[in-house]
Write a protein that binds this ligand. Structure first.
Ligand SMILES: Cc1cc2nc3c(=O)[nH]c(=O)nc-3n(C[C@H](O)[C@H](O)[C@H](O)COP(=O)(O)OP(=O)(O)OC[C@H]3O[C@@H](n4cnc5c(N)ncnc54)[C@H](O)[C@@H]3O)c2cc1C
Ligand code: FES
Length: 322
């Protein structure tokens, strides 16, 4: 199944919250409360853009205890395939959208005695909901938030006002400030959990630091805002459906399959949940180009499976068990 039943919503407010970041408030068309969710969850937003259906995951940043509306924040991405540009340039207050039910692949571990959150840029969004939950439940937390500059960073002033400078630490690249991950990781009480979300290099740095500091892997949690890569077009034979689909240079295999009217399962569309795992029937001399963080290195090397939301194929024709 895909990410749950579709929920029609209206965009009731759009705010510019920082350079290239907008916040969107979404309310149900029928006025009843939205489903409850746990902090760290995302929804898939479906956008109709001049006849093209775009579907992107966005983390819910609003408090899990307020279900009259959801809030998401979207960064305008350079080299966008279209989704973030649509949200920034085309969407207006009063417009309708369709969202999925919330799915959580980045939940806080309830056993944690303390939680350290490492955010980079737009990676702050899942932590906004998490901090609201920790604060309400009186759970110890600390946020280390790196941004390009004071103007590019969203919400940092509000967070310091709300939770205090002792819990919210901010770092600006433009002022040569880096998150001192090694010293933070080196001085935490037993039972602390760490969470990281942000640009790839920052995430790899924090995750490597945690491993080197001897943190158990079950105490380290991460979410990558992965997206499908662009690349050369190719054809895919859907063996069970008996049809051929063409995957364009800016499309994912999943996008192309859906455009052909085939319902394929997904939950994250970001290579993390495993829901879109598909068996490969044949590569016909070409090679898979895996971009997910779900399959192991051995599974990727075997060439027997592919995550069709983010991975591509280099060759003329890929055959899939779909
Ligand atoms: C679970 C999950 C939660 C997410 N939550 C958020 C969120 O709260 N807010 C948000 O703005 N985005 C979030 N994203 C990313 C979002 O879904 C889109 O990928 C992003 O908006 C770009 O979409 P696009 O259609 O404009 O371009 P895409 O074609 O999807 O991306 C274009 C190119 O930019 C790269 N890219 C994608 N996202 C970023 C980024 N954030 N920074 C730098 N490069 C990027 C891609 O790798 C690709 O090469 C989330 C992704 C996942 C998987
Ligand atoms: S939909 Fe989650 S890995 Fe593809």
């Amino acid at each position: 199944m895909s990410a749950g039943t579709a929920i029609p919503v209206r965009v009731t407010k759009i705010d510019n919250v920082a350079n290239d970041i907008k916040r969107f408030r979404l309310e149900r068309l029928d006025g009843i409360p939205l489903p409850t969710f746990s902090a760290g969850a995302h929804v898939i937003v479906s956008m109709r853009d001049d006849g093209v259906l775009r579907r992107n995951p966005y983390s819910l940043m609003s408090s899990p205890h307020q279900t009259a509306a959801y809030e998401i924040s979207v960064l305008r991405v350079v080299d966008s395939r279209g989704g973030s540009t649509f949200m920034h340039d085309r969407l207006r207050e009063g417009d309708e959208l369709v969202i999925s039910h919330p799915v959580n692949l980045f939940a806080a571990d309830q056993r944690g005695r303390k939680h350290i959150l490492f955010a980079g840029g737009i990676g702050i969004t899942p932590f906004l909901a998490m901090m609201a939950q920790f604060d309400r439940d009186n759970v110890a937390f600390e946020l280390h938030y790196g941004m390009r500059s004071r103007e590019h960073g969203a919400y940092w002033k509000d967070l310091i006002d709300r939770y205090g400078g002792h819990r919210i630490k901010v770092y600006f690249n433009s002022e040569d400030q880096l998150i001192p991950a090694a010293s933070i990781m080196g001085h935490q009480p037993l039972g602390t959990h760490a969470y990281v979300c942000g640009p790839e290099r920052m995430m790899d740095f924090v995750l490597t630091t945690a491993r080197e500091a001897g943190w158990p892997k079950e105490n380290i949690h991460s979410e990558r805002f992965l997206a499908a890569m662009s690349g050369k077009p190719f054809d895919v034979e859907l063996v069970r459906s008996g049809i051929m689909v063409h995957v364009g240079d800016h499309q994912s295999i999943l996008d192309a399959v859906e455009a052909a009217g085939i319902d394929a399962p997904y939950l994250c569309r970001g290579g993390a949940c495993g829901q879109c795992e598909t068996l490969v029937v044949g590569c016909n001399g070409g090679a898979l180009s895996h971009h997910d963080v779900y399959l192991s290195a051995a599974e990727k090397a075997s060439g027997q499976k592919v995550m069709i939301c983010v991975s591509r194929f280099e060759g003329a024709k890929l055959s899939l068990d779909l």
